[in-house]
Design a protein around this ligand. Structure first.
Ligand code: AMP
Ligand code: GLY
Length: 466
């Protein structure tokens, strides 16, 4: 047994305690808080991006939180949590830390540790975790796995083929013609997808994959039909059985205004996404999310954590582009801005298999976030430039989440591609956009840049409705 075990029960780390939700059937998460007698929580948050700063900010607002730890964190997260020098890739060290600090819940932000199976190791040690098992994380870890699940469960998605060699993949491209989409099967940090407008581009993308451009992630390739429509991000909290709708958003993937230039991790987002009408949400639940949950349970890999479905809303209805097994970044920032309920209650309920008894409530006001990136992003972001103007309080309704920052000699410097996520909430998307850019313009960082048109689709819709 690992050293530093302080729990009273070798199997259950942390204080033996009642579930937050088990005794409170049919109530919202907010109402649960009114019920006295619940124990408070030590939480460990893994990750270091804008997504994790937003999660830390919301967790820190919970009256149920005793102590929040974060690893590896960033200077923004450090305002909400104690940063601990823990290597997230070292699963045994994470388990030992949780035992030592009597951690009640681990919240895993990014996909890589989930695909590596960190949730399995934590659960085997009796530590509660928000996030899927390695087997369930294949929904993001292997695009081919998810496509086969869609085929088996009749989930609407692009027609596809899976290939282990370039010759067969190229034959498929020649048979179907362009536009066509080529994807490395595994995790490629958002870079493994080519939407090819010509056959030549698709053939070159296939060569890139099999020539090792994405390492082992490209050893298998999925080639699929190019879907036409409007994209949206749809989130559900899941507990293995129940999927609770948890908001919609629209991301801006291209680096430049007017959706031009190379793809990025996301340059800005807003929530809710107007294209996700109640009818489309209902169809997405019935045709995509529920069959995914059933299919995973049938495979003996029930999904718990957050399921983030990347959708194309086509003339025939919603189709699945891809599943992710974690919150979107920067979509998470706008969701946290709008969530009324206690995040801790909801995440623990997901980890406990208790979501059937809960709902999530949202502020009516939309939220919008503008990502400030270091010049050169996405290809070659410049690191180390000093960012000033972050100490002044932002305007009311604005939160500045740190993504790729570091502290150096008492100053904040850029330490990654996407550096800040300036997030605003207001009565309309247009007003939130104005507020967010007002806050952006107060930040003194000549080596940074942002898109100036985040939210344009929703603002156009608002203007047309006037
Ligand atoms: P990903 O890096 O996996 O998030 O995918 C990047 C982007 O590629 C998506 O957000 C879509 O814009 C686009 N994409 C992926 N698959 C398709 C598809 N089958 N049809 C059209 N666009 C796609
Ligand atoms: N913003 C898209 C993602 O997190 O994958």
């Amino acid at each position: 047994m690992a050293v530093g075990v302080k729990s009273r029960d070798a199997n259950a780390v942390g204080k033996p305690k009642q579930s937050l939700t088990g005794a409170v059937r049919g109530h919202t998460a907010g109402q649960c808080l009114a019920v006295a007698g619940f124990d408070a929580m030590n939480v460990l948050l893994l990750g270091s991006g804008g997504r994790e700063h937003a999660l830390a900010w919301k967790l820190a607002a919970s009256p149920l939180l005793t102590k929040l730890y974060a690893a590896p964190g960033n200077p923004g997260i450090a305002q909400e949590a104690e940063i601990v020098p823990l290597d997230v890739a070292d699963q045994a060290a994470v388990v030992a830390f949780c035992r030592d600090k009597l951690i009640d819940l681990v919240v895993v932000g990014p996909e890589a540790p989930l695909v590596a199976g960190i949730a399995d190791d934590l659960r085997a040690a009796g530590i509660k975790v928000f996030g899927p098992s390695g087997a369930a994380a294949r929904l993001e870890g292997s695009k081919g796995f998810t496509k086969d699940l869609c085929a088996r469960m009749n989930i609407p998605t692009a027609a596809y083929g899976r290939f282990n060699d370039a010759t067969a993949a190229k034959a498929y491209v020649r048979e179907h013609g362009a536009p066509i989409v080529v994807k490395a099967d595994g995790l490629a940090a958002g870079k493994g997808v080519t939407v090819a407008m010509t056959e030549a581009e698709a053939l070159a993308a296939i060569d890139d994959c099999f020539n090792g451009a994405f390492g082992s992630a490209g050893a298998e390739v999925v080639v699929e039909e190019c879907l036409v429509g409007e994209e949206a991000s749809f989130f559900c909290l899941c507990d293995g059985v129940t999927a609770l709708p948890f908001g919609t958003a629209q991301d801006h993937k291209r680096v430049g205004d007017g959706d031009t230039g190379p793809n990025t991790g996301g340059m800005g987002a807003y929530s809710p996404a107007p294209v996700m009408t109640p009818d489309i949400v209902e169809r997405t639940m019935k045709e995509i999310i529920e069959p995914t949950m059933r299919g995973m349970a049938e495979l003996g890999a029930p999904f718990s954590g957050v399921l983030f479905a990347g959708l194309m809303i086509t003339a025939d209805g919603p189709k699945l582009i891809e599943h992710n097994v974690r919150f979107g970044d920067p979509e998470c920032q706008v969701l946290m801005m709008r969530l009324k309920d206690d995040l801790m209650v909801l995440l623990e309920a997901a980890a406990d298999g208790q979501l059937a008894h809960l709902s999530a409530r949202w502020r009516d006001d939309p939220a919008l976030t503008v990502v400030m990136a270091a010049k050169g992003y996405p290809e070659n972001p410049e690191k180390g430039s000093v960012i000033r103007g972050l100490n002044a309080a932002p305007p009311a309704g604005v939160e500045i989440f740190h993504a790729g920052t570091a502290a150096r000699d008492g100053e904040i410097v850029a330490n990654g591609g996407r550096v800040l996520s300036v997030t605003a909430s207001a009565r309309t998307v247009g007003e939130a956009q104005r507020l967010a850019y007002e806050a952006v313009d107060r930040i003194d960082w000549p080596q940074g840049f942002c898109r100036r048109d985040i939210g344009w689709r929703a603002v156009e819709r608002e203007n047309a409705a006037r």
